[in-house]
Design a protein around this ligand. Sequence first.
Ligand code: MN
Length: 263
Amino acid sequence: MEPPTILVSNDDGVHAPGLVALAQALRQVGTVIVVAPERNWSAVGHTKTMHKPLRAVQVALPGVEGITAYQSNGSPSDCVSLGLLGLAGRPVDLVVSGINDGANVGTDLLYSGTFAAAAEAAIAGVPAFAISLDVGQYLNYAAAAAFAAALAGDMLARARGQAPGERPWLLNVNVPDRPEGEIARVQVTRLGTRVYQDALVERLDPRGRRYYWIGGNVPTGLVEEGTDIGALAAGDISVTPIRLDLTDEARMDELRTWAAPDG
Ligand code: MN
C-alpha cells in the first residue's frame, strides 16, 4: 500500500520549531509535504486571500532533509488550499497544523490561524487536526510531535473506513508542556470558556493623532472539568472534536416565535 500523504502547515511560519518537530515526527506515518506561511500569522483567523497573487517557493526546513517544503505569502488557510488544490502534487489524506506556540482553547479557535488551517482542510473534505503546545518552561515540542504522530495514524485508519462524502474528522489538540519523559494522559474534551483581559490602550502618534492598541493581560479561562482548559490545567492532553456548523439549534424554535424572522 502507498504511504499516506500528509500536508503540514501552521501559523507561526515555516521556520517555527513546532512545525519542524511536527514534520519530522509525521514522517513515521506517511509522506510529508509542508506548505506554510513565510512569516508569523498568529491570530489571523480564517483568511482567504482574494486580491493579490499567492506565491509559493520551495525551501529547506532547518535541520531536516528530504521533506518537500514550500513557504507562501498566503495565510495559514491559504497554504492548506494551495497544497490541496495542486501544490502537493497528489491527493492529500490528512492535514496537520501546528505545533502552535501557545494553547488554542475555547473561542481562541475563532482567532487561531493554526485551527483555520485545519478547518480549511475539513471544508475541502479532508480530515485534519490542529495541535498546540501550552508553552511553559520546557518547550517540549518533541512530546507534542510524538502525540501528533500517534493521532495521525489513528485518524488515517479511521478515514479509510469512512464512506465517501461523510463529514471528515476535525480535531483540536492541546498538549501541556511537561518535562521530557513525563507522559500525559489524554482527555476527550469540549471547548471551554476563555476569559480575555483585553483593554484599550490609547496613545498619541508623533503628529498628535490618537491611535489604539488592543492590549491588556494574557487571557485566562474557566477551569472546568471536561473542557480543553480543564484538561490542560490538570496536566493532560486535550482532544476536542470540532464541527464547522455553527448553528445554535437549541435556539431555532424560540427564534421562530419572534415576529421578524416570520415576516
Ligand atoms: Mn501561532
